[in-house]
Design a protein around this ligand. Sequence first.
Ligand code: AHG
Ligand code: MN
Ligand code: MN
Ligand code: MN
Length: 334
Amino acid sequence: MAHKKQTLGEFIIENQSSFKYSSGELSSLLNSIRLAAKIVNHEVNKAGLVDIIGAAGDTNIQGEDQQKLDVYANDKFIQTLTKRNIVCGIASEEEDDFITINSQDENHQNKYVVLIDPLDGSSNIDVNVSVGTIFSIYRRITPVGTPVQLEDFLQKGSKQVAAGYVVYGTSTMLVYTTGDGVNGFTLNPAIGSFYLSHPEMEFPEDGNIYSVNEGNYTHFPQGVKDYIKYCQKEEEDRPYTSRYIGSLVSDFHRNMIKGGIYLYPQSSKNPKGKLRLLYECNPMAFLAEQANGKSSDGFTRTLDVEPTELHERVPFICGSKNMVEKAEEFMRNA
Ligand code: AHG
Ligand code: MN
Ligand code: MN
Ligand code: MN
């Protein structure tokens, strides 16, 4: 493999000519995410050893108990992203409102907004199952020199300039796109560097894994129920294999490598689904499309949804192209 020894730092510099806008700034922003990922990784790896697991005592805007590592990861990503004069605002699952960041000269010169799910799959922490971080990056649309506004965060997913995730798994990986394909980097913990291990990642067009929380089956729309029955049917290459970790990042990562579909549909309990559009679904949808996969709510492309609120939820169907199209067919015909 030609790129075997390439580090993430080298890769970012070598590929910055493909960035749509000012390359140095986005490179620097990606480097801050790389740094925060290493810091959080260090803490996640120690979770079973120190008294950091367990609820922190607060509840976030979604009504979930915040785990200590949720709060830790949130703080570290915000601190790291704030230090360089690149980001003008951050929105996070763990913050009710977006955070305004002012540049050192107090003149709101920074151009990028970042949306993050600092720790995804946090209910898996105390059982030693993989968790992740998801990030999404946009250029602000309000004028530089003025404070960042809500509308800078409520952009359609198709406007993302970069997105990615970190998976703290058996190995820690950082996977990202700047709109020119998807590349995956594995952390060598002995050296503290990420190395390009998965160049040009792509979803296989077809797959045989379906990932859905089937405990919610009776509450799903008819089209989703029909599709699940199709996955289970003894016919052609089916039944498919059912795999559900309960960490979106890990479920997505496995499906991208092996071929599969992930579904978190609306249900009578959660009429808009559970996953958050801005910092869970959009970044994953951008990665999926860049990796030859597909993402929708069953009818509308995820990246075309006009956001209306920071923490809004959408039904999410994402993965191998032919599998997503099949699920959409069942939704249309239900
Ligand atoms: P988070 O831990 O960031 O709040 O995200 C939880 C999400 C996602 O990671 C996962 O795929 C999904 O919730 C699991 O939900 P269920 O337990 O309802 O299946
Ligand atoms: Mn949460
Ligand atoms: Mn999440
Ligand atoms: Mn989270």
